[in-house]
Design a protein around this ligand. Structure first.
Ligand code: SGN
Ligand code: CA
Length: 533
């Protein structure tokens, strides 16, 4: 009998009981955690990062009360891969999601699963983009693939459901609804709250349609970059505002008008995408939409720009819709913060704000992401944890989305599994002086593919960046970020950078070994063989 009781206790202890005996939401050692991620939100579109394009008072509130990371980066600047890295704390070659085409193997270890097993209540609302069903969540309601801006469908354990309204508001309703009504309030929680906005094709909410209509946005210095200082990859990428941005879907010119004026979108289905979104608007939404976009279409018909003037016009149109879509994200973060204050949850809740990667806002003449160049490699990262993080602080260590899972587990008082590859940011959040990494590793794979950005891997230190483009080219680029922050001049062939090049090459190889990137190692070895011949 005694033996049975002992075995029962042992079994309960090791198999299914939480790591901590009575997790309670009021205990500082088991904080609630809210992970907020927008899609394609560039640091230059956040006023806390000094944007001259937009005010984001609610995201700024997080920065004012927490820590802003100025050198936060991703490992692979594209959506599904970034999400898989965040969930697993492992690089793409180990978590299996190298590009947006791969399906996430959801049987693998993720931080939400580990928190759930330890007794946290877990939920996800919003964009998911990993194809397989979410696992490790007590509640999930996610967009299928990219999702729609208006009247979006959601995947749920019960099947697909369509909701009335604007996607950013609905995702927030779901998040707050779960916090308020559905969770077990005796336990700490993890809420993963992920917006679709401001992802292309940038359809603003009804309340923000006019926000940027008559406010010209400053043009970046490199809007008319001719790519002469770099290699084939920059020249061949299909993400130029001038050539590859659509007039219909992206600039909201009606397909019939675009056709009548002799314009053809770079990708023909863009105009269908426009029509599909437009047809989803309710009668009232259509009326409001026409009141703003009708005159834009009429002006375009009357004064149709061409050449550089057309690029400038498209850039302004792009910014108007992109920034207006961010306004809703910011409003809704305000709603969530207000709810946390009102419900007494604000104090013991750790909040992370980030994006799945950066984005080009006209720099180098581009939109989209993918490259290891700064604008898309970098990502916003703001962390608020009252009583733990010095309000209004900033950090400039080299950190990555590879570190998020480890940070969250550490903050929750849970062990960090050996096979995760990043590092907990907790010491940095506490403001401690610690030995930190001096280089970051990057590897992008989605080529051939949309936007035609060639495969590349590389390393970045505080001052330099070395990139190797491979697959159908074999080109190396080296940038001195101190002298050339906009990365306009590849200095790989300049004799004075020879030692830097050798040093960075050594770091690149070391990181490939450290992170066990056998794809890259195989590629490098192959190229070395080729070069020897
Ligand atoms: C869509 C977009 C692309 C974008 C990818 C990936 N085209 O295909 O511009 O690069 O998503 O974005 S669109 O016309 O359909 O908007 S990601 O953020 O999901 O990786
Ligand atoms: Ca994205």
């Amino acid at each position: 009998m005694l033996r049975f009781a002992f075995l029962l206790i042992l079994n309960l202890h090791f198999c299914n009981t939480p790591l901590f005996s009575q997790p309670s939401p009021g205990r500082a050692e088991h904080p609630n955690i809210i992970f907020i991620m927008a899609d394609d939100h560039a640091v230059d579109a956040i006023s806390a990062y000094g944007s001259n394009r937009i005010q984001t008072p609610n995201i700024d509130r997080l920065a004012r009360e927490g820590m802003r990371f100025d050198k936060a980066f991703v490992t692979n600047s594209i959506c599904a891969p970034s999400r898989a890295v965040i969930l697993t704390g492992k690089h793409s070659h180990l978590n299996g999601v190298r590009d947006n085409v791969n399906t996430f193997d959801s049987s693998q270890q993720t931080f939400p699963k580990l928190l759930q097993q330890a007794g946290y209540q877990t939920a996800i609302a919003g964009k998911w983009h990993l194809k397989s069903e979410p696992t490790g969540f007590d509640f999930w309601k996610v967009l299928p693939d990219q999702g729609d801006y208006y009247q979006p469908d959601f995947r749920t354990p019960q099947g697909l459901v369509q909701e009335e309204g604007y996607v950013t508001d609905i995702i927030t309703d779901e998040a707050i609804g779960w916090l308020d009504k559905s969770r077990d309030k005796s336990r700490p929680f993890l809420l993963v709250y992920q917006h679709k906005a401001p992802h292309r094709e940038w359809w603003p909410s009804q309340g923000h349609l006019r926000d940027f209509k008559d406010k010209p946005v400053p043009e970046p210095a490199s809007l008319f970059d001719d790519y002469s200082g770099r290699g084939t990859a920059a020249r061949d990428a299909e993400m130029r505002i001038s050539t590859h941005m659509g007039l219909t879907n992206d600039s909201k010119i009606k397909p019939e008008l675009a056709r009548r004026l002799g314009f053809e979108d770079f990708i023909p289905w863009y105009s269908n995408a426009y029509t599909n979104q437009y047809n989803k608007l309710t009668q009232e939404q259509r009326r409001n939409w026409e009141a703003v976009y009708g005159p834009i279409n009429a002006d375009f018909e009357k004064n149709t720009p061409s050449g550089d003037a057309l690029t400038r016009w498209k850039y302004q149109r792009y910014m108007q819709d992109y920034l207006a879509s961010i306004k809703s994200v910011d409003d809704n973060i305000g709603r969530l913060l207000d709810y946390l204050e009102k419900s007494g949850l604000a104090e013991n809740t750790l909040i992370i704000y980030t994006s799945d990667q950066g984005f080009y806002l006209g720099e180098h003449g581009w939109f989209d992401k993918r490259f290891m160049y700064e604008e898309s490699f970098r990502t916003p990262l703001i962390v608020r944890w009252p009583g733990r993080i010095k309000p209004g602080s900033a950090n400039s260590d080299l950190v990555q989305n590879l570190d998020f899972a480890e940070t969250i587990l550490d903050a929750a008082g849970l062990p960090i599994p050996e096979d995760m590859q990043g590092r907990s940011l907790l010491p940095l959040l506490r403001g401690q002086e610690v030995e930190w990494r001096d280089a970051l590793y990057y590897h992008y794979y989605e080529y051939p593919g949309i936007h035609a950005v060639k495969r590349h891997c590389g390393v970045r230190t505080a001052r330099y960046k070395l990139i190797h483009f491979y697959y159908d080219v074999d080109e190396w680029e080296l940038y001195d970020l101190e002298r050339d922050p906009q990365e306009m001049r590849n200095v790989i062939a300049q004799p004075e950078y020879r030692a830097v090049k050798e040093e960075l090459l050594g770091k690149l190889r070391a990181l490939q070994v450290q992170y066990r990137d056998s794809d890259a190692l195989a590629q490098e070895i192959l190229l070395e063989d080729l070069n020897r011949k």
